[in-house]
Design a binder for this molecule. Structure first.
Ligand SMILES: NC(=O)c1ccc[n+]([C@@H]2O[C@H](COP(=O)([O-])OP(=O)(O)OC[C@H]3O[C@@H](n4cnc5c(N)ncnc54)[C@H](OP(=O)(O)O)[C@@H]3O)[C@@H](O)[C@H]2O)c1
Length: 326
């Protein structure tokens, strides 16, 4: 039986590396139901050595989503993928604000989708960031459902809303995952951006007073739960091959403020929680507008995948105990 081909676009990023590890261990475990061939793309050069060492059987390709250069080489050397997971983006909102043209060209994956249009039987999974959503019949504080209207506040948000539209209008087979803050252990090759739980842990460990927002809410998802979702969708697609057009809120089960995020870290570590000073997000100029509340209803995610994402408290514990073993 020929191997099923999985391509991770942005395999060097935070989510991309976690996915690579999981697909790779599924590939080598005895329990998997499909034989997989794995490939991934990177953009910064050189490709980090830890990734070359960890995945010697996976092909890696230099791709620039801005120009689309690199995709033809994948067609020639790897062939048509069965599943493409797009994890590539300019994922830091401030960076999008300083270079909107690049943010648009990369975050709206038009070069990738154009390349995929030459293949009939390929599915695209894309991790997208959620934006504030309003149900027009209820403008009060609201846990957003997938069908609610998006109101992007910054360049990053605008590119993500446009990416959703572009993918759903131009791909016959897709799943869009509106991922909340993704948190968890550091990657094999550490990513350049700071990770939320590790950053808070490092800052609170200095035992100095720190300000956190009491009025900004998110539903953070533990990275391994998001990976489970993507592996589950992969299995569904490879087993059934039925046309997929899915839009899923991909968050954790708990709606937490930035203060509550910091408190969960402090409580696990035994730090003094009085060092956490609640302030309003409006008291700080971050150079980019940030949505106050992007909490989400994950009923559809739980029912579609039959999963039970970990509570935020347990996710923090898993993150920090994994870090301690590194
Ligand atoms: N992390 C979060 O908390 C979070 C929350 C919500 C949504 N998301 C979304 O989830 C996805 C994955 O996030 P992440 O945190 O894993 O992102 P990340 O760590 O910032 O990784 C970004 C990836 O994009 C690649 N890339 C950058 N510019 C590129 C270009 N011009 N052409 C091709 N590839 C390029 C990078 O390659 P190099 O490393 O080789 O440069 C890297 O592999 C993104 O769409 C992000 O917006 C993330």
């Amino acid at each position: 039986m020929s191997k099923k081909k999985i391509l991770i676009v942005g395999g060097t990023g935070y989510l991309g590396q976690h996915l690579l590890q999981s697909y790779n261990s599924n590939q080598t475990s005895q329990s998997h139901s499909h034989d997989l061939a794995l490939a991934f793309t990177y953009h910064s050069t050189p490709l980090p050595q830890p990734l070359l060492d960890a995945f010697p059987d996976s092909q890696s390709f230099h791709v620039d989503l801005k120009s689309g250069i690199g995709f033809e080489t994948i067609s020639n050397a790897f062939g048509q993928p069965d599943v493409v997971v797009n994890c590539a983006a300019i994922s830091v909102p401030r960076a999008c604000e300083t270079d909107p043209a690049s943010a648009h060209a990369i975050n709206v994956p038009s070069s990738l989708v154009k390349w995929l249009q030459s293949f009939k039987q390929t599915v695209l999974f894309s991790s997208i960031s959620p934006q504030i959503r309003v149900n027009l019949s209820n403008r009060d504080q609201y846990i957003a459902k997938e069908e609610d209207i998006a109101i992007p506040l910054n360049v990053y948000g605008k590119t993500k809303v446009e990416a959703e539209k572009f993918i759903s209008e131009n791909c016959p087979n897709f799943a869009i995952l509106r991922s909340s803050i993704i948190y968890g252990p550091q990657t094999l090759s550490p990513v350049p951006k700071s990770l939320p739980i590790q950053w808070i842990d490092g800052a609170l460990s200095k035992r100095e007073t720190l300000e956190f927002f009491h009025d900004e809410f998110r539903c953070p998802i533990y990275v391994k739960d998001l990976v489970t979702v993507i592996l589950g969708l992969t299995s569904q697609w490879l087993s059934e091959g039925k046309q997929m057009q899915l839009l899923l809120n991909a968050g954790g089960p708990d709606r937490v403020s930035r203060v509550q995020i910091a408190e969960a870290v402090a409580q696990f570590r035994g730090y003094d929680t009085s060092l956490i000073k609640p302030v309003s997000a409006s008291s700080v100029d971050r150079g980019v507008k940030s949505p106050a509340d992007i909490s989400m209803d994950i009923t559809r995610l739980v029912q579609t995948l039959n999963i039970n994402p970990v509570s935020f408290k347990d996710g923090v514990k898993l993150t920090l105990t994994t870090e301690a073993k590194r």
